[in-house]
Design a protein around this ligand. Structure first.
Ligand SMILES: [Zn+2]
Length: 304
């Protein structure tokens, strides 16, 4: 089973996770820019974070044969903080970088006027930079959040086929299905979607434009729930080709719209499932090959 996790915050995960993910078939990931769990106090803090998810993190992933790309944005939560908003001026520079495959996560948290403004401004950036957009949908008041997000997307003029609305569930999936946007589902250990619920949604809506991710971060989450979903699909009678479509070909198709997805060496359908990627293949978005150092540092204890 080859797996592409289209939404995972690897910077908050350990090397053990990379090992387990590679062994489970995860060969590629996209890391969306998000908040830290506590407020940032200046745009400089974003710059270091962005540099890390397009520099150090791809290097770290490559040590385990996992290809890493990123999406860049001011996240919905921090769009409300006047200390953070100047980062909007920094974004165009980052959106030109090789390993950046979308603008995201953007969208709504509490649906404030400040979020409206940041959301629209960043959809405009996606259009300008010819990048797809990854839209986070709010965890509270979900249906209204999705309806409003779809309205902002429509107003922006971006092609809906270049937009994914993420963190959907049974209540919101239908609203997005008819919009032409992609549908993203985050599979969590005990909230939101579970593998069996995801299987039901795939039965209902089919496999087209469907993306499944773990959205694993520093909170309670599990980077192997993509694999668990693939297994639940097989048990429910989906074919191996259906699983490959949902867990590999769909995210590839979505992010390839950036023109920057580089899966050389990890995308061979016949490669033995598991580790994926040959150590040393490296290369994506400036990712360094396995081994060696990044800015003089390695993942080895002691730094070299
Ligand atoms: Zn996220």
């Amino acid at each position: 089973m080859r797996i592409f996790d289209p939404h995972i915050h690897m910077t908050s995960r350990t090397t053990d996770d990379y090992e387990r993910m590679a062994a489970a078939g995860v060969r590629a990931v996209v890391e969306p820019a998000f908040w830290l769990g506590q407020p940032r106090t200046s745009p400089d803090s974003f710059a270091d974070y962005f540099d890390s998810i397009i520099g150090w993190e791809p290097f770290r992933a490559a040590q385990f044969g996992v290809r890493h790309h990123a999406t860049i944005a001011l996240n919905p939560k921090e769009a409300n903080d006047p200390r953070c908003r100047p980062v909007l001026d920094l974004l165009p520079r980052y959106l030109e970088k090789d390993g950046v495959v979308a603008v995201g996560e953007i969208g709504y948290d509490s649906m404030t006027p400040a979020e409206d403004e940041a959301f629209a401004a960043q959809l405009a950036l996606a259009v300008d930079h010819e990048l797809p957009a990854m839209v986070h949908t709010p965890h509270r008041d979900k249906a209204r959040g999705v309806e409003r997000s779809l309205a902002v997307v429509a107003e922006s003029g971006i092609d809906p086929g270049r937009v994914v609305l993420d963190h959907l569930n049974e209540v919101t999936a239908g609203l997005v299905r008819d919009s032409g946007c992609w549908l993203g589902f985050s599979i969590y250990p005990d909230t939101k979607m579970s593998p069996p619920r995801m299987v039901e949604l795939l039965r209902l809506y089919g496999t087209e434009r469907m993306l499944v991710n773990s959205a694993a971060d520093w909170g309670r989450s599990d980077p192997l729930l993509t694999r668990a979903t693939g297994e639940a699909m097989l048990l429910a009678g989906f074919t191996a080709d259906d699983v490959d479509r949902v867990l590999w070909r769909n995210p590839v198709e979505f992010y390839a719209q950036s023109g920057r997805l580089d899966l050389t060496g990890v995308d061979d359908a016949d490669a033995p499932g598991g580790a994926g990627g040959q150590p040393g293949a490296g290369g994506a978005g400036g990712a360094a090959p396995a081994g060696g150092t990044f800015a003089g540092n390695s993942i080895l204890r002691g730094g070299s």
